[in-house]
Design a protein around this ligand. Structure first.
Ligand SMILES: Nc1ncnc2c1ncn2[C@@H]1O[C@H](COP(=O)(O)OP(=O)(O)OP(=O)(O)O)[C@@H](O)[C@H]1O
Ligand SMILES: [Mg+2]
Length: 214
């Protein structure tokens, strides 16, 4: 049975969507605990759980690339909210060709005022697969993130969402009205795009999570 639990494999991409406090970050960390490879966690919201997951690094591509390979998880807390500056580091990591996978805790920060994703995020989403760079991106405002984030994804983890415009965007892009469900706190749906399969899950084991990274 365990083999069938949700998993972001090598070079695969997942979006984790849900209103604030719905359990996105906890769900993303659970996915990370099951994902292969080396990861950079971009802790844009200074989440304390994310801080504890791995080696702290500056949000600076040469420094990230210099971290010894035995660090499975690196955690960077950017000191800027400028989307271009944030995106530039992604571009440099993407172009380095190294197989560092990326978890972004809030994708909104990587979009400019007109809602566009920069070349770094787009590069990661469109060329990451061939470079073995996996991706997990969270957002509390699905209506405000670029279509790119949706169209390049292999999986969607969907937590409680309340705004009609968030549902509309998700359903318009995926063409899957069944994703819209009234979910209890911390319950989530996992939609596998290739298999066109939606499965529902209860809360991930949150108490046990940090230990998995010890
Ligand atoms: N599976 C779970 N079991 C128990 N508690 C949980 C679970 N998931 C989340 N929580 C708790 O609910 C709170 C919110 O969870 P989390 O930070 O993951 O949500 P979020 O959607 O990322 O919130 P935000 O929008 O503020 O970033 C946290 O205190 C967390 O410990
Ligand atoms: Mg969060």
């Amino acid at each position: 049975m365990t083999a069938r639990l949700p998993r972001v494999g090598h070079g695969e991409r997942a979006l984790v969507l849900g209103r604030t406090g719905s359990g996105k970050t906890t769900g993303a960390v659970w996915l990370l605990s099951r994902a292969p490879g080396r990861w950079l966690v971009i802790n844009s919201k200074s989440d304390t759980m994310l801080d504890s997951l791995g080696v702290p690094v500056s949000y600076n591509a040469p420094r990230i690339l210099a971290v010894p390979e035995d660090a499975r998880v690196m955690v960077a807390t950017p000191r800027t909210f400028d989307p271009d500056e944030l995106d530039l580091v992604l571009l440099q990591l993407c172009e380095s060709g190294r197989s560092i996978s990326i978890l972004i805790d809030e994708l909104l920060y990587f979009h400019n005022a007109s809602g566009r994703a920069g070349p770094g995020l787009m590069g990661l989403l469109t060329r990451g697969r061939s470079r073995g760079q996996s991706f997990i991106g969270c957002s509390q405002r699905p209506a405000a993130i670029s279509q790119f984030c949706y169209s390049e994804c292999d999986y969607f983890a969907i937590y409680k969402l309340t705004l009609p415009q968030d549902w509309q965007k998700l359903i318009a892009i995926t063409g899957k009205p069944a994703l819209r469900k009234r979910r209890a706190p911390f319950y989530w749906g996992w939609y596998d795009v290739r298999q066109d399969r939606l499965e529902e899950y209860g809360p991930v084991p949150a108490a046990d999570l940090a230990r998995r990274f010890a």
